[in-house]
Design a protein around this ligand. Structure first.
Ligand code: ATP
Length: 517
């Protein structure tokens, strides 16, 4: 039913659907919300759990086979969010984990310096000597900056005729003093009040115990990875693992982001799915290449389109402190509607060398070396880390699934991969009489032990299909008059809206075949 040229996906419409259908709500909404925090509603929670469980299953229960065809060994972990603060000194976060930020002296708004963009416009119809360039300033991509300044641009056009776009600059890296003085604050519109960028610490601080002083200060973890390094020795001593092996963890991370934005893309509380792959230093380049390929394939298997995914190697100037001297870092990027035609990070894969183990070994004064019996050598393993965002992954899955279709009553449906769909099957009686609700109820009770199901009895069948289209339910089973005579039900396929009849006894097998674990 989808039209040949798919209409563009609009972020405000995706956000509205997420609210309307119970995927994502603003946190503390009845108090006006709190910037950078989100709550997952019933459908969003199930979607997130499904993505999380798929990662855990494909990493821990049934990891891929390695380049030599042997199954890999990866074990799970769940470490504490709050750790001894010395952990974050060793990891480099206390001294280095910050973003440059600029404040507007007039309205006190704070911006991440990288986000401040100036777009230069020129009006060719204006004759010399009055012709001059105008600077339009704002936050986001050049297109977003132009969009948020539509009124100003229309006013300029009224006076000067059509414009041409010359170029766009990061305010701090490329605009000269004069350009910066022209910068009007995207929040209050005042010109020339921007401070020089200053480093802003991203870790949330907290205090442990009754006394609030420097001694009791610690941090909410900004990444799950360090908990893995802290327990590497415990895992070695208890699990009889041998190099190479991995430790995987899923959990919350907290970053006091300067400008949380783009819905749940950059939030202050989010979930990560990280795996640290410990290997011999000489083998690290091989594993770095291996995990890039595997992780890209995995995201595709979650239903993300190949054309919307890419792998982008970091430039030398982008490398994190822990990745210098290694084979490098790549980002798996997704083309989100708010970056289109550009892409943005979904997962980072880094060769972290022995940076973290070495740092903890020094800071804690405890030997963390591995004894390699095969080579009769003692050394610190190297680490290759695929670090994915679960929250960001959910956003990519939501954006990919969002499919406008003007021909449907709902005008849109969510094309989730059946294994991720929060509701996998819906059961409807066509009408709430003639014994149909009883048959539907029985089918629903049979299915719900194995699949996430909904029984919906009220409203017209068209409205029930429309609601399930927006929830992204791949299959709806309807019990009608014919069911009572021949024990068949209709199954409606979400993506084509086509219907067929199958025996009521075959519904479980039908679903099992299509929703593979
Ligand atoms: P970014 O450059 O977007 O700030 P990062 O490179 O700092 O991200 P990592 O430290 O590599 O991110 O974290 C691994 C993953 O965690 C990222 O690929 C992303 O999916 C997720 N992530 C990081 N920060 C956030 C955030 N503020 N909100 C949601 N997810 C995040």
């Amino acid at each position: 039913m989808a039209t040949a040229t798919a209409p563009a996906k609009s972020m405000p419409q995706i956000v509205a659907l997420c609210k309307r259908r119970g995927f994502v709500f603003p946190a503390s909404e009845i108090y006006g919300g709190i910037n950078g925090f989100w709550d997952f509603g019933p459908l969003g929670t199930q979607l997130k759990n499904n993505l999380r469980d798929a990662w855990w299953r494909d990493m821990v229960h049934s990891p891929p086979s390695g380049p030599d065809g042997q199954p890999l060994e990866i074990v799970g972990l769940d470490s504490s969010i709050i750790q001894n603060p010395r952990v974050w000194e060793a990891s480099g976060h206390v001294s280095g984990f910050s973003d440059p930020m600029a404040d507007c002296r007039a309205c006190k708004a704070r911006f991440r310096a990288d986000d401040l963009i100036g777009v230069e416009l020129i009006f060719p119809d204006v004759p010399e000597p009055n012709k001059r360039n105008f600077l339009i300033c704002g936050v986001g991509t050049p297109e977003e900056v132009l969009e948020t300044n539509t009124k100003k641009i229309q006013k300029l056009q009224g006076a000067n005729g059509p414009y041409e776009r010359l170029s766009s600059h990061h305010v701090f890296s490329e605009l000269n003093e004069e350009g910066r003085a022209e910068f009007s604050c995207p929040n209050c519109g005042e010109k020339g009040h921007l401070t020089e960028p200053r480093e802003f610490k991203l870790m949330f601080e907290t205090y442990v115990g009754a006394v609030r002083d420097e001694e009791s200060k610690t941090y909410l973890r900004p990444e799950t990875a360090q908990g893995i390094f802290l327990n590497y020795k415990n895992v070695l001593d208890t699990m009889r693992v041998k190099l190479p092996f991995g430790i995987a963890q899923i959990g919350k991370a907290f970053r006091n982001e300067v400008t949380p934005r783009n819905f749940i893309y950059r939030s202050r509380e989010f979930e990560q799915m990280e795996m640290e792959w410990f290997c011999r230093p000489a083998d690290a380049p091989k594993w770095f290449a291996f995990w890039q390929e595997r992780r890209l394939t995995w995201w595709r298997s979650m239903g993300l389109g190949a054309e919307n995914l890419r792998v982008r190697p970091h430039g030398a100037d982008e490398l994190s402190h822990y990745a210098r001297g290694g084979s490098g870092t790549v980002d798996i990027e997704y083309r989100f509607p708010f970056t289109d035609p550009d892409f943005a990070e979904l997962e980072g894969i880094a060769h972290r060398t022995d940076f973290d183990l070495k740092a903890h070994q020094t800071q804690a004064g405890i030997k963390l070396e591995y004894f390699d019996q095969e080579h009769n050598a003692r050394y610190l393993p190297h680490v290759v880390e695929p670090a994915a965002g679960l929250t960001r992954g959910v956003l990519a899955v939501l954006c990919e699934a969002y499919t406008p279709d003007p021909a449907r009553p709902s005008k849109v449906y969510m094309r989730f991969h059946p294994k991720l769909a929060p509701i996998q099957a819906a059961v409807f009686p066509l009408v709430a009489k003639d014994g149909m609700p009883e048959v539907a109820g029985k089918l629903y009770r049979e299915l719900r032990g194995r699949f996430t199901c909904r029984l919906d009895i009220k409203q017209s069948i068209g409205k029930r299909y429309a609601r399930m289209d927006e929830a992204g339910t791949p299959y709806c089973f309807t019990v009608d008059g014919q069911t009572l005579s021949d024990q068949s039900v209709t199954v409606r396929h979400r993506d084509t809206a086509a219907q067929e009849r199958i025996g009521i006894d075959h519904v479980t097998d039908f679903l099992a075949q299509r929703i593979k674990g």
